[in-house]
Design a protein around this ligand. Structure first.
Ligand code: ADP
Length: 455
């Protein structure tokens, strides 16, 4: 039997930052993940590989536009190889970090036997009992296939983005089932690579969690070649020769699309260690947590996607550190997570990003806000790339002029949003942003221009 101070279950963004922090503070830490590499699903099949494909496809679109380049059919398989290499670089980087932080890491799966008692199973089927004073559950989520007949014929984001993916040939036509960020990101990148893409959205709304004004702006600015159909629930997927036929209903009519690939991107579901539900009740499969990432048990913490609070790697990282700090406080509350002010980026083309309070949330809270914006058609880089669409918009509490949120639609949105994020977190007055000499000639200066609109 092994005995440790802290057992970290899962090696993703919710797991390793806290594990490293605790190891450095002198705690004995055992971290376990069946992948054998760190980074969780974000690195193995999510953010990192999908952004590699996305950036390469943006490169292809720009090369086509400015160089008249014909993107050769092998380009996609080369992109997939490059993606694997990027993942390998990061797997190796994390392996070094494990050594630097002297954290114990084992490839395996954890089961829960009691609040402080666990079983560690390795691939060879060996089982070892582990006693831990504290545990951090950071087991994330996995792709969930919808209950549509034939859904098993469709691919999922794992087939495209996993390390050593199954999809290595560019489909000439693809039907994407879903209306969330994965559906629209994949639609944008494959469209840029030259695939004819159809998106079937079940309801009349895409990207439900995003302010609808921003969503509408995105939909208006998506490439018109992407065929987005709302109120189009999918009824079935069937084999049709080498292709697949998707039947769906639209305006009361039964319709069909035939494509070489069908992607289901309808959601993810929580993954929890076997036996965790004997310690306390789960909430629709998710682990209930408070602001200090504590569960109903004082010695058990949970972080990242498995808490159902956010689905972002950077949020998981911060939550992991909050849990570590609270373990260092003997299971008390030394640190808290503010999930409201985590920036969110959706890497469509154009991308969108937002942070903090936006108009719909302000209305729901009864907060009076004022807004200041600048159109990207006046932005230097938007002109350089001939992508003169979108805007930056900053929201302030009207009474105090304190910056409470913002959004950006247009290239570089995922980078530029962070400046608004810092302003929100620090509670800065809009005057600070107006007085700041924002860097020229990149879109950061647009924030200064937007803020100066107030004075
Ligand atoms: P997060 O970003 O919230 O940390 P991820 O989904 O990226 O979430 O990572 C969760 C990790 O937890 C995955 O790598 C997964 O393999 C691992 N995991 C899932 N179940 C177990 C388990 N029972 N024991 C150990 N690791 C697990």
């Amino acid at each position: 039997m092994k005995s440790v101070d802290v057992l970290v279950i899962g090696g993703g963004g919710g797991g390793y930052p806290g594990a490293f922090r605790l190891s450095r503070a002198g705690y004995s830490v055992l971290m376990v993940d069946p992948k054998g590499v760190l980074g969780g699903n974000c690195l193995y099949s999510g953010c990192v590989p999908s952004k590699t494909v996305r950036e390469m496809s943006l490169l292809a679109a720009r090369a086509r536009k400015f160089l008249g380049a014909q993107v050769k059919p092998e380009f996609f398989s080369e992109v997939q190889k490059h993606k694997d290499e990027v993942q390998e670089i990061r797997f190796a980087q994390h392996a070094e970090e494990i050594k630097e932080n002297s954290t114990d890491y084992v490839k395996g799966t954890v089961e829960v036997k009691g609040p402080k008692d666990f079983v560690l199973r390795t691939d060879e089927g060996e089982a070892e009992e582990v006693h831990a004073d504290y545990a951090i559950v950071a087991t994330g989520t996995e792709v969930e296939r919808p209950p549509i007949p034939g859904a098993e014929l469709a691919i999922t984001s794992d087939d495209i983005f996993s390390y050593h993916p199954t999809l290595t040939e560019l489909p000439d036509e693809m039907v994407v089932i879903g209306g969330g960020y994965i559906a629209f990101e994949v639609a944008s990148m494959f469209n840029a690579l030259g695939t004819k893409v159809h998106v079937l959205v079940r309801s009349n709304r895409a990207l439900r969690e995003v302010d609808s004004r921003l969503v509408n702006m995105l939909l208006e600015n998506l490439d018109k070649d992407i065929d987005v159909r709302f109120n189009s629930p999918t009824l079935a997927v069937e084999k049709r020769g080498a292709a697949k036929a998707v039947t769906f209903s639209q305006g009361g009519e039964r319709k069909e699309l035939v494509a070489s690939q069908v992607l289901v991107a309808t959601g993810r579901k929580p993954v929890t260690p076997k036996g965790l539900d004997t310690l306390f009740a789960l909430n629709k499969g998710y682990v209930p947590t408070d602001e200090g990432m504590g569960t109903p048990l004082r010695n058990v913490f949970a972080t990242g996607d498995v808490t159902g609070k956010t689905t972002y790697f950077h949020a998981a990282v911060r939550e992991s550190l909050v849990a570590a700090h609270n373990i260092m406080a003997g299971g008390g509350r030394e640190d808290y997570m503010d999930v409201r002010d985590v920036p969110v980026a959706i890497f469509t083309m154009p991308p969108i990003a937002y942070v903090g309070i936006t108009p719909e949330r302000a209305a729901a809270m009864g907060m009076k806000i004022a807004e200041y914006s600048y159109p990207l058609k006046r932005d230097v880089m938007a002109q350089v790339y001939d992508e003169r669409i979108g805007e930056v918009r900053v929201f302030v509490e009207r009474e105090t002029m304190r910056i409470v949120g913002g959004w950006i639609i247009g290239e570089d949105a995922p980078e530029v949003i962070n400046e608004i994020g810092i302003a929100v977190q620090a509670g800065l007055n809009l005057r600070v942003m107006a007085e700041y000499a924002g860097q020229h000639p990149v879109p950061f200066e647009d924030l200064s221009y937007a803020a100066r609109g107030a004075f």
